[in-house]
Design a protein around this ligand. Structure first.
Ligand code: NAD
Length: 524
């Protein structure tokens, strides 16, 4: 898997006095327009349009990138790896419904488009693949590696996962068999006891220690050197851990967390140790599971090192539907009064979640996903008022990776009427999560090549270019419980999350936000 990055060719160029292309960079001057609101003496809102001018600078050289997965031998790990191999080799395989070819369906970056503008003559929309708006890494070029507490090679692990068609597996088997996960750190208390029998590939020691951090750092360095990589992005797709208690003096600050690791404190989870190793190594680290990997000390450490982190918990099936449907209902003026969500699944994730403490992590991450939408509608909901919301998950081995999600949305409509929407969502969990892994890695890498400075920020001039905040909330679209910079709001509404991603990328090439006004078709 020694891919060489394909040369990036721009699909379009922006012609504007505010945009300059050099061999190595795209530079744009962008006016960000917002509205500042105050209340005057008589209690009336006063809305004032505000403008900030930003300079953006995008590094055009697409680097050679390694994607290291924690949990490489799991359902997601093996599925995303096989998927990349299949795409790279343009594989076609037979199914009972006829031949199927490799694709990246389910990836926003690889499978969706954005409107570039309107064609001058025909006035028709011109759309381009999302992947082409900036010089992004192509997933076919990612070099895949990582860790697992299970030492199975990826061909056997892919069989164990029982996700892919046998005809596809046969074609990637040889390459997969050569890939064996690196030994990982295993602190039994953090994942379900029922996982113990797969933990045969572990680094010595059952609690956090500096030696573990150093070992993981050297694994990243070795992988980088061996594959001649410019960069490595690390993503946690290992088992859901229980929550770590936040203990003052232990994990509340960066220094305390480092000290706690040095002292072997029992409340530091494996995922936090991975996060710390990546932060110190300058490798972006993304958490695809629900637990609180990013304890306050980890976030502070990332800020201190200008390292990128993102999380938590892939937003693949039920919650993605929820964050689209609830956005629609509440914005349609319909008063949602309850959501009941039931899941059953039969893969190893389900087995792990059948343990109470691990289920609790998932329950928390699934529960807060409508808060921002409810709070924004002051017509339907009084302050503090909330729809009822319950989440149930059951382990049902027979259904395997074909997760079932049953949701009932109950709402109040005009004059005391009711609307009940019932959804039965069936899908292969890992086939939904794998493209999200790709999006998270590609976008996180892209963010390492974007810098900004403000011409006027709080009245002061900044002359130095700098990166985005360590906490990459731009990844929210792909995540159930988006981590945001401390003190900043969480956006769960799917359309807004996509808007942020689209429009930030557009701004980097000096394009206005995607506007749906289409005045050109309304005012002639
Ligand atoms: P899985 O159980 O098949 O895979 C997890 C892998 O992690 C296993 O191979 C396990 O051996 C390994 N592991 C456990 N602890 C480890 C450690 N400390 N270091 C290295 N490896 C370790 O699960 P999956 O279906 O691939 O899902 C992975 C994670 O993604 C789960 O936490 C799940 O909740 C989360 N998630 C999945 C989806 C989805 O699949 N649609 C959606 C949201 C979140």
């Amino acid at each position: 898997h020694q891919a060489t990055p394909s040369a990036h060719e721009d699909l379009f160029q922006v012609e504007s006095p505010n945009v300059v292309y050099t061999d190595s960079e795209i530079r744009s001057k962008y006016t960000y327009r917002t509205t500042s609101v105050t209340k005057n003496a008589s209690g009336k809102f006063v809305a004032t349009p505000k403008e900030t001018v930003y300079d953006f600078k995008v590094d055009r050289k697409v680097p050679k990138v390694g994607m290291m997965l924690v949990g490489l031998g799991g359902n997601n790990g093996t599925t995303v790896t096989a998927g990349i191999l299949a795409n790279r080799r343009g594989l076609v395989w037979e199914t009972r419904e006829g031949p199927r070819a490799a694709n990246y369906y389910g990836s926003v970056i690889m499978g969706s488009t954005m409107k570039l503008g309107t064609e001058a003559e025909t006035m028709k929309d011109v759309s381009i693949p999302f992947h082409d708006v900036l010089p992004m890494v192509h997933p076919n070029d990612l070099v895949v590696g990582g860790w697992d507490i299970s030492g199975m090679n990826l061909a056997e692990a892919m069989d164990r996962a029982a996700v892919l068609e046998p005809t596809l597996k046969a074609q990637v088997k040889k390459e997969m068999a050569q890939m064996v996960p690196l030994p990982s750190i295993y602190y039994p208390d953090f994942i379900a006891a029922n996982q113990e029998d797969r933990a045969g590939n572990v680094i010595e020691g059952s609690k956090a220690c500096t030696a573990h951090v150093e070992k993981l750092r050297s694994d990243i360095k070795d992988f980088k050197a061996k594959n001649a990589l410019d960069k490595v992005v690390v993503l946690w797709t290992a088992n859901t851990e229980r929550y770590a208690d936040i203990i003052p003096g232990i994990n509340d600050t960066a220094d305390n967390l480092l000290k706690a690791i040095e002292d072997g404190h029992e409340e530091v989870s494996p995922s936090t140790v991975f996060a710390v190793a990546c932060i110190l190594e300058g490798a972006p680290f993304i958490n695809g599971s629900p637990q609180n990997t990013f304890v306050p000390g980890a976030i502070q450490l990332a800020e201190r090192h200008n390292a990128f982190i993102g999380g938590d918990d892939f937003k693949s099936g039920q919650t993605k539907m929820k964050s689209a449907l609830v956005d629609f209902l509440i914005n349609a003026g319909i008063k949602l009064t309850s959501i009941a969500s039931y899941n059953h699944l039969g893969n190893n994730d389900g087995k792990n979640l059948s343990s109470q403490k691990q289920f609790r992590s998932k329950e928390i991450s699934k529960s807060n996903v409508v808060d921002d939408m409810v709070e924004a509608n002051t017509v339907l909901y009084k302050k503090g008022e909330h729809p009822d919301h319950t989440v149930v998950i059951k382990y049902m081995p027979a259904v395997g990776d074909n997760k079932r999600a049953l949701d009932e949305y109950y709402a109040e409509i005009f004059l005391g009427g009711h609307q009940t929407i019932s959804i039965f969502n069936v899908c292969e969990d890992s086939l939904l999560a794998s493209p999200l892994i790709i999006d998270l890695v590609v976008v996180a890498e892209m963010m390492t090549r974007i810098q900004w400075k403000a011409s006027s920020r709080n009245g002061a001039e900044t002359n130095e270019y700098r990166g985005f905040h360590s906490v990459l909330s731009i990844l929210s679209y792909m995540l159930k419980a988006p981590l945001t910079p401390p003190g900043t709001p969480v956006i769960n509404a799917l359309a807004k999350q996509r808007g942020a991603l689209t429009n930030i990328f557009r701004a980097c090439v000096g394009l206005e936000p995607e506007s749906d006004m289409t005045l050109e078709h309304k005012l002639f």
